[in-house]
Design a binder for this molecule. Structure first.
Ligand code: PLP
Length: 370
């Protein structure tokens, strides 16, 4: 027998997805529009505008990919890297490691700047790698490494890259909306994010932005972009220009309504206020966890405010704790990835969920389970 599916209303306090704001859920159920409908094109233009506010950029090439954050990662790399290019990737966790895999598939030469999992990328290590490899074309790093909880200083890292004249790609999947991101001021050439973490929307959309320098670089490539779906030249024929939009793929109109509503909520709050809210709630959560004898993995001034990794205490069955939280308290938290598997829990206080009520509920539930 086929019944209408009714999901459990979970409390999502892992590394994403986070809970979706009720206004966003409502926006998702509005009537569908065709992907070339004049009203839909208007919505696309509004999304571009409000994304420029969110990314702090004037970049014309600021839009949304119809796919998860990983699609944005691939889009930035596949457009900016040509086979044979030397690419420096700063790797201190699972997601940066994925960047190296993509560069290898493109046929780029990867130079890895290796960092300890749970630490911010050391700018001196990047500087050293660029001194050894001054012919590097692109440098890529993750701002907020969700697998470890470490936040890197992208302003300083970008300044170093510019001295060597390479292009900068920054992963802002977890940071956008929750942590300060300044695309223009820090001269980031390409950045991507997702919809389901700091932006409190459903998964499946990837906000992305390219500087004029990056767009020119792509236009002047000798080897055509090795992807059809992710070729910026084709994507821009759908996303830019007044009244001359060309079909590229069927944009998911209802998802775009949701993203637009989520971005409006962020603008209504004021993005600077959102950054401070995430910081304040992170500090509250950490002090409550310390009262329980739990310790963060990452040193104090390198922590992502919306995603905290805490060490699993000796003698505690980490999987059992997660299962009890889920089954008895309806609450999902994250598991350790890669090198940190079994060693940490990952607690998200992202977007809509970054508030005192969530902290109270989490601490109360964790106390009972422990
Ligand atoms: C979640 C995440 C991704 C991948 O995003 P998906 O939406 O799961 O594809 C990439 N980078 C970082 C830092 C992430 O946290």
């Amino acid at each position: 027998m086929i019944n209408t599916f009714m999901p459990i209303n979970r409390i999502l306090m892992g590394p994403g997805p986070s809970n979706v704001h009720p206004k966003v859920l409502k926006a998702l159920s509005k009537p569908a529009l065709g992907h070339l409908d004049p009203q839909f094109i208007e919505l696309m233009d509004e999304i571009k505008d409000i994304l420029r506010y969110t990314f702090k950029t004037e970049n014309d090439a600021t839009f949304v990919l119809s796919g998860p954050g990983s699609l944005g990662m691939e889009a930035c790399l596949i457009n900016l890297v040509q086979p044979g290019d030397k690419v420096v990737v700063c790797v201190g966790g699972y997601f940066a490691n994925r960047m190296t895999q993509i560069v290898e598939k493109i046929g780029g030469k990867v130079v890895v700047v290796k960092e300890t999992w749970g630490r911010a990328i050391d700018p001196n290590k990047l500087e050293y790698a660029l001194k050894q490899n001054p012919d590097s074309k692109v440098v890529a790093f993750v701002h907020a490494e969700t697998s470890t909880g470490a936040l890197s200083d992208i302003k300083t890292l970008s300044e170093i890259v510019h001295k060597y004249n390479a292009l900068v790609i920054a992963d802002t999947v977890t940071s956008l909306g929750a942590v300060e991101v300044q695309i223009d001021k820090w001269e980031i050439d390409a950045a991507y994010s997702c919809s389901q973490k700091g932006l409190s929307c459903v998964a499946g959309m990837s906000p992305i932005t390219f500087s004029q320098r990056a767009v020119d670089h792509i236009k002047n490539r000798k080897i055509p972009v090795q992807s059809w779906f992710n070729d910026l030249n084709l994507l821009l024929s759908y996303w830019s220009g007044p009244g001359k939009r060309v079909y590229h793929h069927t944009a998911p109109s209802n998802q775009f309504y949701g993203l637009h509503e989520a971005l409006l909520l962020l603008k209504e709050e004021g993005i600077e206020n959102s950054w401070s809210r995430h910081k304040e709630n992170s500090l509250k959560l950490i002090s409550r966890l310390k009262e329980l004898g739990l310790e963060p993995l990452v040193p104090e001034n390198e922590r992502i405010p919306n995603l905290l990794t805490i060490k699993v205490p000796d003698g505690v069955d980490e999987a059992q704790v997660r299962m009890d939280l889920l089954n008895k308290h309806n609450l999902e938290i994250g598991v350790g990835l890669g090198e940190l598997a079994g060693k940490v829990w990952r607690i998200g206080l992202m977007g809509y969920n970054s508030n005192e009520r969530m902290i109270d509920y989490f601490i109360k539930s964790l106390k009972e389970v422990l």
